[in-house]
Design a protein around this ligand. Structure first.
Ligand code: HEM
Ligand code: NAG
Length: 572
């Protein structure tokens, strides 16, 4: 039996359906925070800014350059983006002073973003990186704090880095010999070196990632070379050791979360079911168990043997043994917390630094004058080593005061921006630059754009927070006329006839600031100083052909370089 609906009723039903659809659609549309500029088209679609960002990424492999561009297009130091349906808008701040103020002076209004928990939580449930700044966070920081003590860094980690990096120098001498003046890809060797370094510093054993490549080519007469002197030499490569691939597979798995609209669920699933990840985790858990037991054997009898501390795992187990003895309780040296803090240590300890070193060597290649100045600064600081035809030792490198090295490292941070943004969540309703920010909003503070690398936005002082106004003169500002240049000299000042490094010369923000700034900064500085010094001491990095010298980035876990090619000659 057909129902006979009059056209009038049909029309009404159609209209009702239409109205419901429109309302439902409206409910899905982004809800801008009043007053903060945004891209108008993005507010008219459910997916907001995501399609534009994805298009940019597929064209350029970059993410943060899009967001920087948006602040410039919208002509505002504070903008908003709509990145997840139903989610709150992201607020973007592109101004050094407000960023510093939020991170240092406004910790009761801003804390670690819950987004970080969605990304890191599945892989590192027992690590402090994603936790709010609560008691648990403080206990974790306390457990690992000695890994940044000067004694451990100078006496244990420094020599370890120095020793491991000599394998890289040997490998590159072989590569340079076989390449006969041709450029070659060097980025992967830098990552291999940093994994060798950090695993030894964390657990005391050799991954041998560089050694594997060295064994593959050591002593070879020659390799097949392209005819053009500007085409890259391709070497025979060895398979990377399981320890290396496991470490890298686990660290790279964060990408799964970073690229997903449902990060937590996606990564949790992948960790359970992707065979490569399952295998890498199995290796990691077994290795940790072995290393923790080995450390325990050292300290179970007498926890106070400081000379037995050879790596971070020794330090943590020793600390636990001492606490247990004092509290007269059983030792718990193998816990999720200890495992995940060690995991965080070796992941963060090599990913960021390897990226930063790739950028450093690229800038030294591009700016030959900077390279020469750096090398002569190193030579005049390390006269013993130069006279003896030796490498400077790690102690010599870490003791020396070389303003030009410090300045170069800082300028490299300003341009390399290994981590192009620091993220915080508003823990209450608050205000940034005169705009109301609702509780629960994620705030992204860019360090790759205005005020850092390009002219700052003009900002009315009265719009800034009170503490920001008070800190006005804490740091210098960059002059618009040369802000776009790579000049380490901007970090140097004359002081009674002596040249000194001034870390507050102007905006840079590589490590974040405040309680939740980078935990590992002191270790990072040791890695950067020792490795950059040894490479510049040993090799001239000659210019590379334009087609292999792009400064385009690849926004993975860190802002990596797309092309890392070197043309090396041993220094004379
Ligand atoms: C050049 C090298 C490095 C760079 C550029 C870098 C950068 C950063 C940045 C930007 C943050 C976030 C800070 C914030 O939110 O305010 C961070 C956090 C962190 N970094 Fe580094 N980092 C580097 C090396 C290291 C190293 C060597 C370690 C070794 C353990 C490390 C461990 C950590 C940890 C544990 C956190 C989380 C801190 C927390 O949640 O409180 N980083 N790093
Ligand atoms: C701190 O925050 C983490 C993550 O939300 C939570 O698991 C932990 O229980 C908190 N600790 C305290 C003491 O509240």
């Amino acid at each position: 039996m057909a129902i006979n609906l009059s056209p009038g009723i049909l029309g009404l039903a159609a209209f009702a359906l239409f109205a419901v659809t429109v309302l439902a659609y409206r409910a899905l549309l982004p809800k801008p925070i009043p007053g903060i500029p945004y891209k108008k088209e993005s507010a008219k679609r459910v997916l907001g800014d995501a399609p534009d960002l994805l298009e940019w990424r597929s064209e350029t492999k970059e993410i943060w350059s899009y967001i920087r561009k948006l602040t410039v297009d919208l002509e505002s130091p504070i903008i908003q983006m709509f990145m997840r349906p139903f989610g709150k808008p992201w607020v973007i701040v592109a101004d050094f002073r407000e960023a510093q103020d939020i991170q240092v002076n406004r910790q009761d209004e801003f804390d670690r973003s819950t987004y970080i928990g969605e990304v890191f939580g599945p892989l590192l449930p027992g690590n402090h990186v994603w936790m709010p700044s609560n008691e648990t966070f403080r206990a974790h920081r306390w457990l690992i704090r000695d890994t940044m003590s000067p004694g451990f860094l100078q006496n244990v980690v420094g020599p370890t880095i120095h020793d491991s990096t000599q394998d890289l120098l040997t490998l590159w001498r072989e590569r340079a010999r076989l390449a006969q003046g041709r450029p070659f890809e060097g980025g992967k060797d830098i990552i291999r070196n940093l994994v060798d370094v950090i695993i030894r510093a964390t657990f005391g054993f050799d991954v041998g990632a560089i050694a594997a490549q060295l064994n593959r080519i050591f002593g070879m007469d020659k390799i097949e070379l392209p005819t053009s002197i500007d085409s890259p030499a391709i070497f025979p490569y060895a398979a990377d050791p399981e320890a290396y691939t496991s470490v890298r597979t686990l660290v790279d798995s964060l990408q799964i979360a970073l690229k997903s609209p449902i990060p937590k669920q996606h990564l949790t699933f992948a960790l359970k079911f992707y065979p490569s990840l399952v295998a890498a985790r199995k290796w990691n858990e077994r290795m940790m168990g072995d290393r923790l037991r080995a450390a325990w054997r050292k300290f179970s009898g007498n926890p106070d043997q400081d000379d037995q501390v050879k790596s971070a795992v020794d330090l943590l187990v020793q600390r636990e043994a001492q606490m247990a003895k004092k509290e007269n309780r059983n030792v718990k040296y193998d816990t999720r917390v200890i495992r995940d803090e060690l995991f965080g240590f070796f992941s963060a300890g090599h990913e960021t630094t390897s990226t930063t070193i790739c950028w450093a060597l690229k800038y030294l290649t591009r700016h030959q004058d900077v390279q020469q100045k750096l090398r002569s600064a190193l030579r005049s600081a390390h006269q013993r080593a130069f006279a003896a035809g030796d490498l400077p030792s790690s102690h010599e490198i870490l003791k020396a005061d070389i303003p030009y090295l410090d300045a170069f490292i800082e300028e490299n941070h300003r341009w390399g921006t290994s981590i192009p943004t620091v993220i915080r969540i508003a823990t209450r309703d608050t205000v940034i630059l005169g705009h109301r920010i609702p509780k629960g909003t994620d705030v992204f503070m860019l360090n790759n754009g205005p005020s850092f690398q390009t002219p700052a936005f003009a900002i009315d002082e009265s719009k800034r927070s009170k503490t920001s106004q008070e800190w006005k003169d804490k740091n210098g500002v960059w002059d618009d006329s040369d802000i776009a240049k790579f000049t380490p000299e901007r970090w140097l000042v004359e002081d009674k006839g002596n040249v000194k490094f001034n870390p507050r010369a102007g905006p840079v923000l590589p490590y974040g600031f405040g309680l939740r700034g980078c935990f590992g900064m002191k270790l990072a500085v040791v890695e950067l100083k020792v490795i950059i010094s040894l490479i510049v001491w040993s090799f001239e990095l000659h210019e590379t052909p334009l087609s292999l010298s792009s400064f385009a980035g690849d926004d993975m876990n860190t802002h990596r370089c797309q092309q890392v090619y070197f043309r090396l000659a041993e220094t004379k």
